[in-house]
Design a protein around this ligand. Structure first.
Ligand SMILES: *Cc1c(COP(=O)(O)O)cnc(C)c1O
Length: 356
């Protein structure tokens, strides 16, 4: 494995107080870079001062969106140590996304070392308060300077780090969700399971419209029948119906295989819950909401961890879930996962990777 070369900044930036951070607006002093050139493979792994990347206007990524990304966090424990949550899951998923987008595989050992080294170099940037974190954003872009529609021969792998405030500065609160029946996020054979920028570009319109109507996110339906539930916004989704937890099956390739989703399923099964990964039609869901069988509903993803749903709107009709209050299982899952991530709850499953 090629050694990561470190060039420290000579102009460290001033830190923003953690109540003013928000999400993804402030960036740490350094970033990780590595290049790929055909014939040479991945080379020159390095940590350098955070700053602009220079590309030709014709660079592949600007036109044909050959891009993939990941999202994970570094957490500071009450003892002051810094840790990652299941980072090898992000590494494996990024390589699955890479395979779909014709991007060369990134060696897992260099990737993990890059995450750890960057967090170590920028350890001062991991905020202290419970709920705050250093958000890590690895991404790959195709940089070929030509307009032909082909997979690139040259790439940049970059990791940037953004100290982020708590997702719930005023405490976790249920959100209103609109079931989307015009736009779709993914189709069979497409890129739904890959974490790529193109999926997000296509999802913006529905999200903007929903916000205008007073909802915080949309619930996506499948692209073939407009009938089966897929995801909520950029999160996976779970429902508690008649005591069991139900979540959309990911084997069709249209749902992003979330690491929070996977972790929720493992924790729920350990607690003795039956978790069903299967198709859920919007009719089944609305029936369950109407006859009282729908007990709780939540979204799950790295940013929010757990996001309780208080209301579902479909075809102009509103359905309140659990009195628009946080359900007990939703709360318990949130407490367990955040407890492990911030080091309050013992990590019995080997999910934590200590950095420094
Ligand atoms: C990243 C992402 C998720 C959540 O994945 P986590 O690994 O739990 O953060 C869910 N859906 C979409 C579309 C995503 O991009």
């Amino acid at each position: 494995m090629e050694e990561i070369k470190i060039t420290r900044t000579e102009h460290p930036k001033e830190k923003t107080p953690s109540d003013k951070l928000g999400f993804g607006k402030v960036f740490s002093d350094h970033m990780f870079l590595m290049n790929y050139d055909e014939g040479q493979g991945w080379h020159d792994p390095r940590i350098v001062p955070y700053g602009p990347i220079e590309l030709m206007p014709c660079a592949n990524v600007f036109h044909y969106a050959q891009e993939i990304f990941e999202g994970l966090k570094a957490y500071r424990t009450a003892e002051g140590t810094v840790q990652l949550f299941r980072p090898t899951e992000n590494i494996k998923r990024m390589n699955n996304s890479a395979a779909r987008l014709c991007i060369p595989q990134i060696p897992e050992d260099i990737y993990l070392e890059a995450l750890k080294k960057l967090v170590e170099v920028d350890a001062d940037w991991v905020p202290e308060d419970y709920g705050t974190s250093l958000y890590l954003r690895p991404f790959v872009i195709a940089t070929d300077a030509q307009l032909g529609v082909h997979a690139g021969h040259h790439y940049i792998f970059c990791i940037i780090a953004s100290p982020s405030g708590s997702y719930y500065p005023e405490g976790m609160a249920p959100v209103k969700i609109m079931i989307e029946n015009r736009d779709v996020r993914a189709v069979r054979g497409g890129t739904g399971y890959a974490k790529c920028g193109g999926n997000y570009a296509a999802s913006l319109r529905a999200g903007e419209e929903a916000e205008k109507r007073g909802f915080s996110q949309v619930l996506w339906l499948d692209g073939v029948h407009m009938k089966y539930i897929e995801e909520v916004g950029a999160m996976n989704v779970m429902f508690k119906i008649n005591g069991r937890v139900v979540t959309p099956d990911i084997s069709g390739g249209t749902v992003l295989p979330g690491i929070t989703r996977k972790s929720c399923i493992e924790v729920l099964r350990d607690w003795g819950y039956q978790v069903e990964e299967r198709d859920i039609s919007v009719d089944e869901l609305i029936d369950a909401a109407e006859n009282g069988a729908l007990e709780e509903a939540w979204g799950c993803g790295t940013a929010a961890v757990i996001s309780p749903m208080g209301m579902l709107s479909y075809d102009g009709k509103d359905h309140v879930i659990h009195n628009n209050e946080i359900g007990p299982l939703t709360q318990r899952l949130y407490d367990e996962l955040t407890g492990i991530q911030w080091g309050k709850v013992p990590d019995q499953r080997g999910w934590i990777v200590k950095v420094c």
